[in-house]
Design a protein around this ligand. Structure first.
Ligand code: AMP
Length: 398
């Protein structure tokens, strides 16, 4: 079965077409500036040329139509006709408490995704738009929703509740949801395979460190805690997001800057994190360069990030009363040997020993701990699209 995986943002749409026989990537691409003018980058994986041009995309429907046009075209295509695509899998950011697993999309599911809009006002409307656009262009092809939050629905109350009046949970659904679930699920499963043990016998900690970062404690295959919270601003300091801070800072800043909560929240989301501290960049590569040139604030921002990751990992070791394996993934986790080494310096108390040579490898599943290391440390490139495609196939094939 060939499956189209869609990750829809408010003005963008990322896609991959996979052939599930051999789990082979056939093509991938990105629509940008949807609703503004429109640009399509389409990369067939069969040797045909890359298409990289402006295409009018007043709405997501035209974007999907343009993607399908390229996927089936003589010059850039990888399939003969749209009918070869057996199903579409969508990344949906928020499934609230309703979805602990991926589901086949029907009217009831669409209504439930819409109900979660207040919990993810930027993301869920875009996901709904993407699903509707596929329906408009592809008709009755089965569509599946794979939720970022679903993997974390196994967290116990002691981990997902906030210590605030209980009615805010019952009436307004305020609780920790956690995100990056698809990534944490993928890498933890892969880690168990690499360790040669059933995931049901392992205590794992997954560190997804990219533009957004979150850590997840996975006990016997189930998420039992994670660092993002009610929204993806929580937990670690990130590229531009502040992570955990004292909530009173908001009122204090409002009183002293005249900015309202909305403006300040925007600053905490978009101008904080390592960008806010360093004043240099949200990109860790730029911070590495600046720190190497002696920029003290860039160095401080990096130190804060390493320290926060190490503290969170430590707290999850306590939460699970042990750990067998630690995983690094996503842009920083997969590529930055220095970041991994700096974080692991805090973790020698766990009996962790890093092999500096292994830590240099890139782009492949690998152990970076030594044979003697009491806890295994792995780098596993994440593959959320593959998880979405697998779930979609499993659901559609029943
Ligand atoms: P992601 O959100 O997973 O795509 O990760 C994107 C982030 O990964 C970028 O913003 C960079 O900060 C980071 N990144 C990518 N490559 C490197 C690298 N070689 N060293 C440090 N950070 C990197």
């Amino acid at each position: 079965m060939k499956i189209l995986v869609i990750n829809c943002g408010s003005s963008s749409l990322k896609y991959q077409l996979l052939d599930m026989e051999g789990e082979k990537l056939l093509a991938k691409g990105l629509c940008e500036r949807i609703g503004i003018d429109g640009h399509l980058t389409h990369k067939p994986q069969n040797g045909k040329p890359v298409f990289n041009e402006d295409v009018a995309m007043p709405t997501h429907t035209e974007a999907i139509a343009a993607v399908l046009d390229k996927l089936t075209s003589e010059e850039y295509g990888v399939v003969k006709s749209m009918r070869e695509i057996g199903a579409v899998g969508h990344r949906v950011v928020h499934g609230g408490e309703k979805f602990a697993n991926s589901v086949l999309i029907n009217d009831e599911v669409m209504a439930a995704i819409a109900e979660c809009i207040p919990l993810a006002p930027l993301h869920n409307p875009a996901n709904i738009t993407g699903i509707n656009a596929c329906k408009a262009v592809m008709g009755d092809v089965p569509q599946v929703a794979v939720f970022d939050t679903a993997f974390h629905q196994t967290m116990p109350g002691k981990a997902f509740m906030y210590p605030i009046p209980y009615s805010y949970y019952t009436d307004l659904k305020v609780r920790r949801y956690g995100f990056h679930g698809t990534s944490h699920r993928y890498v933890s499963k892969r880690a168990a395979e690499m360790m040669g043990k059933p995931i049901e016998e392992l205590k794992l900690i997954s560190c997804h460190m990219g533009n957004g970062s979150s850590i997840c404690a996975i006990d016997h295959g189930k998420s039992v805690d994670t660092s993002m919270g009610f929204t993806p601003i929580a937990g670690l300091p990130m590229g531009t997001r502040c992570g955990d801070i004292d909530v009173s800072i908001l009122e204090y800043l409002s009183a002293n800057t005249g900015k309202d909560i909305k403006e300040l929240t925007n600053i905490l989301n978009k101008m904080s994190g390592v960008l806010g501290v360093s004043g240099v960049s949200s990109d860790f590569r730029d911070l590495d360069t600046a720190a190497a040139q002696g920029n003290e604030r860039a160095k401080l921002a990096l130190d804060m990030f390493h320290y926060a990751v190490a503290k969170t990992v430590g707290s999850y070791v306590a939460a699970m009363n042990g750990v067998d394996g630690i995983i690094f993934t996503a842009g920083i986790g997969e590529n930055s040997a220095d970041t991994r080494a700096e974080i692991c310096k805090y973790l020698t108390y766990l009996g962790i020993e890093i092999c500096p040579e292994c830590n240099k490898k890139r782009g492949e599943d690998t152990f970076i701990s030594t044979e003697n290391s009491r806890v295994k440390v792995m780098v596993i490139p994440t593959n959320e699209e593959l998880v979405i495609a697998r779930d979609t196939r499993d659901i559609v094939e029943g």
